[in-house]
Design a protein around this ligand. Structure first.
Ligand SMILES: *Cc1c(COP(=O)(O)O)cnc(C)c1O
Length: 456
């Protein structure tokens, strides 16, 4: 065979996407709008303007424009770490002895170590363009905060990060990377905000949660002149920026005439998966293309597989707009799973609608099986994967093993969202046999879901 697929498929600079793709424009059933938490009416651009940058509000509310030009400054920044390689996992295929053809899109080749930089740089750019002084945000495990710190330092913007207290204390290295890029990092809940003081008074000694850190970051953004709030996942605008992952993947596959059968990604708030699948889902909706698309979530935080499709708060403080999504309830605090990036209680409203329409599937997987897959992958493919990404690896391996049984030569593509160098405490627990697989009971989930807001 002369047309053997290379180990890594790269795009030339000229083949890189110049526009982001807005999947919502092609969706028949549009995602439900964000609602004002007071009036329960759809949020208007005017209402969102004090929270988010102007241009990002436009992107957030636009479900008709299919393509947005990527500004030149962002394209220039992307060149530092994009295109990311689409790797043919020859070594993993061999190890599994499967007839399946496995590819992964590797987004971990930048200092922040994940795909989050794709949106961070876009959000920082629009903040700068609007003449703002800075932005605020929350971070859990720290990947988003790191990506945003890098993006803000590039555009010389101030960056205030509220980091979930338990991570602030347990992940000092991420914190120091953020500070290296000039960000101010505050453990949340903190006494720097009204909501933080309130939460601390009600729950002294709490180690914090993402929902709580969001409330603090939003409060600071809306009460400080020249600041806006930015978010690293869940929102439509973030999925739009992350479409660069899927567009590159599709261009690379098209170059070699490859059509995937199965596309797999891990899902926390849904941004990498939404980005990876965007052009493929677009084809599925428009021309009935026959892709199987699978979201993988942790069994400890199963929004898709055990959540309810309903309006819910995006944060614990209940100050943010309501979003219709598969949710476990904004008060749900997942067990301390090591995939910090997958611990959000809800899911992107775009992906929620697609899932509800039966256009994609979801599975949940227990933590130790995820680390077994991570280790198997690292030993043959060389990359040390992030625990979040390893959820996708686990299901890709499962699907490849099914092919081994049936003899089918399916083409599997999965998103490898990042590297796991800052997750070695989790790897240590796994190696020492001290990792647990806590799965919430039906009663626990029902109790949290019972507290969803009532929206007529
Ligand atoms: C944040 C993160 C995720 C999950 O976020 P999504 O918005 O669901 O993509 C997955 N992998 C890594 C490495 C992350 O940092």
């Amino acid at each position: 065979m002369t047309n053997e697929i290379p180990y890594k498929i790269y795009l030339n600079e000229s083949e890189m996407p110049k526009q982001w793709y807005n999947l919502r424009a092609d969706m028949v059933n549009k995602p439900a709008p964000l609602l004002n938490p007071g009036t329960h009416k759809p949020m208007t651009a005017e209402e969102l303007a004090p929270v988010f940058c102007e241009e990002l509000v436009k992107q957030e509310l636009d479900d008709t424009t299919p393509y947005f030009d990527i500004p030149q400054e962002i394209l220039d920044f992307y060149k530092m770490f994009r295109p990311s390689p689409l790797v043919r996992a020859y070594c993993l295929e061999k190890k599994l002895d499967t007839p399946a053809k496995i590819y992964y899109k590797f987004e971990g080749n930048n200092t922040s170590g994940s795909h989050k930089l794709n949106s961070a740089i876009a959000q920082a750019y629009y903040a700068k363009k609007q003449g703002l002084k800075g932005v605020t945000t929350e971070t859990g495990a720290g990947q988003w905060g790191t990506a945003l710190s890098m993006a803000c330092s590039y555009f010389d913007l101030d960056c205030k990060v509220y980091m979930v207290k338990v991570s602030y204390e347990q992940k000092p290295f991420r914190r120091e990377v953020m500070r290296t890029y000039g960000a101010t990092v505050t453990p949340s809940p903190s006494t720097t905000t009204e909501i933080g003081k309130k939460i601390l008074a009600e729950h002294p000694g709490t180690t914090g949660s993402l929902g709580c850190a969001i409330s603090e970051a939003v409060e600071v953004a809306t009460t400080t002149e020249g600041y806006r709030y930015v978010l690293g996942s869940v929102l439509n605008q973030v999925l739009l920026h992350q479409s660069v992952i899927g567009l590159e993947t599709k261009a690379a596959l098209d170059k070699y005439g490859i059509t995937p059968d199965i596309i797999i990604g891990c899902a926390g708030g849904g941004s990498n998966l939404g980005g990876l699948i965007a052009p493929f889902m677009g084809e599925k909706i428009k021309n009935g293309a026959n892709y199987r698309i699978i979201a993988v979530e942790p069994a400890s935080c199963p929004s898709f597989t055990r959540g309810k499709y309903a309006y819910d708060f995006c944060d614990t403080g209940m100050v943010c707009p309501l979003a219709k999504m598969y949710t476990l309830g904004s008060g749900f605090i997942p067990a301390p799973n090591h995939a910090g990036g997958l611990r959000y209680h809800g899911m992107s409203s775009t992906l929620s609608q697609l899932y509800d329409d039966g256009l994609m599937e979801a599975v949940s997987v227990p933590q130790t099986e995820v680390f077994e897959a991570a280790e198997q992958f690292a030993r043959v493919e060389g990359i040390l994967p992030a625990p979040e990404s390893s959820h996708a690896i686990k299901v890709a391996i499962d699907e490849a093993l099914k092919c081994k049984e049936t003899g089918e030569e399916k083409t599997i593509v999965f998103g490898l969202t990042g590297t796991g160098y800052f997750d070695l405490v989790a790897y240590e627990k796994f190696h020492d046999g001290k990792m647990d697989d806590y799965i919430p009971t039906d009663e626990e989930l029902a109790a949290s879901i019972a507290k969803l807001p009532v929206v007529e």
